[in-house]
Every structure is written in C-alpha cells, then in structure tokens.
Unconditional design. Structure first.
Length: 230
C-alpha cells in the first residue's frame, strides 16, 4: 500500500487534484489566507509526513512539473502582446520604475540579511527572491548561492505578495490596472501573475510585463550588486 502512495505518477496526480481543489476553495471562500499554493503545499507536506514518504520520492513527481516551468514563462508573452499598444505609450516610465525597483529589491533583502548576521552565501542566495523560479535558480548558480534557499525565498516572496499584495496596493491608493498588475508581477512573480489572470486579461498582460522586466533587470544586476557590495 505504501509503495502505491509514494508512486511518482500517483503523487503527480494527487498534486494536480489538491491544487485544483484549493483553487475552487479559494473562489468559493474569498480569503487571502486561502492562497492555493500555500494551502496545497501545506496539504502535500502533511501527506508526506503522515505516510512517512521521503521528499526525494515526491521530487521525482515534481520534476514532471518543473519541466514545464520555462515554457510557462514563455507563454506569458501572449497576454503581454495583447496589451502591447498601451505598454508602448508608457514604456519609459515602466522601464525606469522597474530598473530602480529591481535595484531596491536586491539591496533591501541583502542589506537586511547582512544586518541580521547572515553568511555571505545566504545573503547572495536571497538576491533573486522576486523573480520567477527558473530565472532565480540561474542567478543563484551564477553568484554561487544556495539554490534550495533561493527557491524557498522565491516561494515565500510570492506567497506574501499573494496574501497582502492587493491590500498594500489599495492602502497606498494604487488603483490603476496597469499599476496594480505590474507591481504584482514584479514583486510576486508567477503567483502575482496568477492573481492578475483571475482579475482580467488586461491585468494579466501588465503583470506578465512586470514579471519579465524584473526578471531581466535582476538577472543582469544581481551578480554585479552582490559581488560589488556583499
């Protein structure tokens, strides 16, 4: 029985079913704390602990999902293209804000980690926290970071953004679809885009732009900043 419960194909199917179920739950009970990724992750972790299944077994199933991460990033070009004309009109402000936002994002997390006494390898592992996982892994490898720690920081960043992102934007009176969506995509990467997709096609396009631009700037600047200052 246990061998079946830890079968990679069973675990893969279980992951899809749990994640779909949490999406339906989130739509039924509108709560930021019922984020599908957060709830699904908690359920999967509980499942592995109850049946004493090693993470290595689950990672085999996860590899099937990981394979589609990079193509999924490329697919974000579709909603982006649909908003291309509006983006062209605001291109310079968008580029400048992303440039400074990326720099602040890298400096803030690395500086806080340094002030708290973290080792250099931990500090540089946190630098790409706000970009999508495939890019963050590449950046972490480039600067000599700890990849699992980088992935964890990316997930935590996305979850925090997914839980409080819209509330912060509303509190700061950022109400335009472009401003909200670009902020979500840039700060919370794929999870921010997922939230934007649920809002509208327009939001999805702008959030995709935020994710892509922040990914590009962070990938270019993170190695320079961490090697220069940290």
């Amino acid at each position: 029985m246990i061998s079946f419960l830890e079968n990679p194909l069973w675990l893969l199917g279980l992951t899809f079913v749990i994640y779909y179920g949490t999406i339906m739950l989130n739509r039924r009970i509108q709560s930021p704390f019922l984020n599908p990724v957060l709830v699904a992750s908690a359920i999967i972790i509980g499942y592995l602990m109850v049946f004493n299944i090693p993470y290595d077994k689950y990672a085999v199933a996860g590899n099937y999902i990981d394979f589609w991460l990079k193509p999924s990033v490329v697919a974000l070009a579709v909603p982006l293209y649909l908003q291309l004309e509006r983006i062209k009109k605001q291109l310079i402000p968008i580029l400048i804000s992303h440039l400074f936002g990326s720099i602040v994002g890298i400096l803030s997390v690395c500086s806080i980690a340094k002030l708290l006494g973290a080792k250099r390898e931990v500090i540089i592992s946190l630098a790409p926290k706000s970009i999508t996982t495939p890019l963050a892994i590449e950046v972490s490898n480039t600067v000599g970071g700890i990849v699992p720690l980088t992935v964890a920081s990316v997930i935590i960043t996305g979850l925090v953004g997914g839980i409080i992102g819209l509330h912060v934007l509303k509190y700061t009176k950022i109400n335009s679809p472009m401003g909200q969506s670009i902020s979500l995509g840039a700060s919370s990467h794929g999870l921010g885009v997922m939230m934007a997709i649920e809002m509208s096609e327009k939001h999805a396009g702008f959030a995709s732009l935020g994710l892509i631009l922040n990914g590009i700037f962070t990938a270019l600047l993170a190695p320079i900043i961490v090697n220069w200052l940290f």
